[in-house]
Design a protein around this ligand. Sequence first.
Ligand code: ATP
Ligand code: MG
Length: 236
Amino acid sequence: RLSLRGIRKRFKAVEVLHGIDLDVKDRELIVFVGPSGCGKSTLLRLIAGLDPITEGEFLLNDQRMNDVAPSRRGIAMVFQSYALYPHMNVYENMAFGARLMGLDKAEVEARIAEAARMLRLEALMERRPRELSGGQRQRVAIGRALVRKPQLLLLDEPLSNLDAALRSDVRLEIARLHREIGGTTIYVTHDQVEAMTLADRIVVMNGGRIEQFGSPRELYETPSNVFVANFIGSPR
Ligand code: ATP
Ligand code: MG
């Protein structure tokens, strides 16, 4: 269970999140949509603990997380820019976070084998990130997060670099893993179709605020304003 209460974020004097309130239940897959620059990635980074919250409170299962170190939040994040460890090969990249969690070697190996199979990375396990294409790097970043089976999984446009066939496969695998892990997933995308098909509920953001939070059906049938109606209604 995740709660955001009056979250504000300022970079120097500029405020980019203007008071975000959100309550997410366990096992929900929540999709964030909204135009470029509206604050989606910033909000994910605050939740992951990579940037301090300027004002407001973030609770996970009723525990205040504002000042908890990122590694102790039980959260895994896939970044828009992958952020792989350049000196480690694919296998080591995927094993790193899981080992830190104290899982035994056999369990880590089994989880990596499963992730490698579903993300089609088996043949690439010895390569380093610089020897991979953009889409391959993105798959490693997804695998690294999934291997940890986190209670809260944050995915920032995880499919943007994949071709259409792989995109629909990986999207289905993410949905399956979300259900299997039984935690909460927050998924950022620009793709309305992705949002409508994956989400239990969708957060529509604009200019550092939430315009509407509801099921795909609610947003489609009863958009709270013209912005939401246009955003949901206009395939890109
Ligand atoms: P996109 O869809 O393009 O990824 P986004 O919704 O993820 O956009 P953010 O990256 O969260 O947008 O950025 C929100 C706003 O905060 C933007 O105006 C951006 O320029 C600003 N911003 C983000 N990070 C910083 C930073 N470290 N310092 C100053 N401003 C920042
Ligand atoms: Mg972003």
